[in-house]
Design a protein around this ligand. Structure first.
Ligand code: NAD
Length: 444
């Protein structure tokens, strides 16, 4: 398909039809339009009731708040925050909070929709949500970050809660930010519910109700998915090479865990630049370097390369683990890999995906590959409710079971519907959601 031609894939056509019906304006380059398009394509193949397609096309709630915060120098800044609650038919809303200076509502809507799909595919008792704050967390002091986090939490008020909507870390937030959110929420909680109130967020520090294994969970889950699916493609983890976009939580843990399995890390790109070592980059040493310098730039045991060279470096596994839409058609035309493993949410544009699939590259979708994070978040929420502390063995064993079952579910659905893995992952999620709507009915 030429870059300038209007998109006439089944995904685009499905989205266009529903957007017309809802009298919504659309743009085929818009991330939400692209993502809902693939979801609706899966819904059309399954032939689910039309009402379900209408329900899934729009989030239930889109909350916007503005947080005035005094900075260290006495000046004031106003920060815009979002919480999008996409669907809660399976249970309380669940999804991360992102701090990024360029975050937009449609990006948050997309991530909330993906959370609905992700929780449904893994059969977790959660719905989907996502939040964001327009801030560059690297450009403010620790005190400023704490004040804006507390202000955001109080602005969200009753829109979050351990039985209603449970945030977690995402890009630009971490366990410390979650600790401030939980502390603020607990201060406002009724005295009778203070004990369970810290379950308002997951991804907390271990000492304050966090779960063992949460930090590495997304990378660990991704490795379990590869364990389940690569043998069927005749690929062995200890004989392959990989490259990574992003060396934050997801990227660095994926790299370290794959290194333990004998995989060679050839190239990494992040917001500071790209590096290459054909003989292999030491994932642990790179994690130390990123911790002290803030990025992969300047890592001694690798050569600095430009972005073009990064994308065209031949590898078996290409793993985007940074932001959305970082693999577009131009990148895809350069890439030389066997499998694209989506660590990040929505990293591949539909045109890039179509090109790669036609070239014979397998694309493993984000809602399967990166579900380890929300799965261990679910374990943390469960432990908080039951005042329990699980050990790492138990967390890993249960995580492996859920990730393996999800991977098998997607494989089975792709055979049943004769479709690619992304459509199969959405179909499995939608079929589950459809059954629950059948049982519950749509109020009133
Ligand atoms: P993070 O903030 O820890 O790391 C983000 C990484 O992206 C950093 O290495 C940064 O350098 C890189 N990056 C930012 N802008 C870039 C650019 N322009 N070019 C190249 N690299 C760039 O975030 P994270 O938690 O690792 O999340 C990464 C992705 O994984 C996101 O899509 C997130 O939604 C998704 N995800 C995260 C989790 C989790 O548990 N943290 C769970 C599921 C999905």
């Amino acid at each position: 398909m030429h870059r300038m031609e209007p998109c006439n894939t089944p995904a685009c056509q499905s989205a266009r039809e529903i957007f017309h019906e809802l009298e919504e304006i659309y743009d085929e380059h818009n991330l939400y339009f692209q993502t809902i398009g693939s979801v609706l394509e899966a819904a059309n193949i399954l032939d689910v009731p039309h009402r379900l397609k209408l329900i899934l096309t729009q989030p239930k709630n889109e909350i916007m708040v503005h947080c005035p915060v005094e900075m260290d120098d006495g000046s004031w800044q106003l920060f815009k925050g979002y919480r999008v609650q996409h669907n809660n038919v399976l249970g309380p809303y669940k999804g991360g909070i992102r701090y990024h200076p360029e975050v937009k509502l449609d990006e948050v809507k997309t991530l909330a929709l993906l959370m609905t799909m992700k929780c449904a595919l893994a059969r977790l008792p959660f719905g989907g949500a996502k939040g964001a704050l327009r801030i560059d967390p690297r450009a403010v002091s620790k005190d400023e970050l704490m004040r804006v986090t507390r202000r955001l939490t109080s602005a969200l008020g009753d829109n979050i809660g351990p039985d209603y909507d449970i945030p977690a870390p995402d890009v630009g937030t971490n366990a410390q930010v979650m600790a401030w959110m939980a502390d603020t929420y607990i201060n406002f909680a009724e005295s009778s519910s203070k004990v369970t109130a810290r379950g308002v967020v997951t991804g907390k520090p271990l000492e304050f109700g966090g779960s063992v294994g949460r930090e590495k969970a997304t990378g660990q889950g991704l490795v379990y998915v590869l364990d389940a699916l690569l043998p069927g493609m005749n690929i062995e983890l200890d004989k392959v090479s990989c490259s990574l976009i992003g060396y934050g939580n997801v990227g660095s843990w994926t790299a370290r865990l794959l290194q333990q399995r004998g995989t060679t890390l050839k190239a990494v790109m992040d917001h500071t630049g790209a590096i290459l070592n054909e003989a292999g980059i030491d994932a642990e040493a790179l994690a130390e370097h990123v911790k002290t310098t803030g990025g992969v730039h300047g890592f001694a045991d690798a050569t600095a390369i430009n972005n073009e060279t990064f994308y065209s470096t031949p590898v078996d596994l290409f793993i985007p683990a940074a932001l959305e839409q970082m693999v577009d058609l131009e990148h895809a035309e350069r890439m030389q890999c066997k499998v694209l493993v989506e660590g990040a949410n929505a990293p591949t544009t539909p045109r890039a995906e179509r090109y790669l699939l036609e070239k014979g590259v397998e694309v493993l979708p984000a809602i399967l590959c990166n579900a380890g994070g929300v799965t261990v978040s679910y374990f943390e929420w469960k432990q908080n409710r039951q005042s329990e502390t699980w050990d790492e063995e138990l967390v890993d064993e249960r995580l492996k079971k859920i990730m393996t079952r999800s991977a098998e579910r997607v494989l089975k659905m792709s055979k049943r519907l004769n479709c690619n893995m992304r459509i199969a992952s959405y179909a499995s999620a939608i079929e589950h959601i459809d059954k629950v709507y059948e049982l519950r009915g749509v109020f009133p």
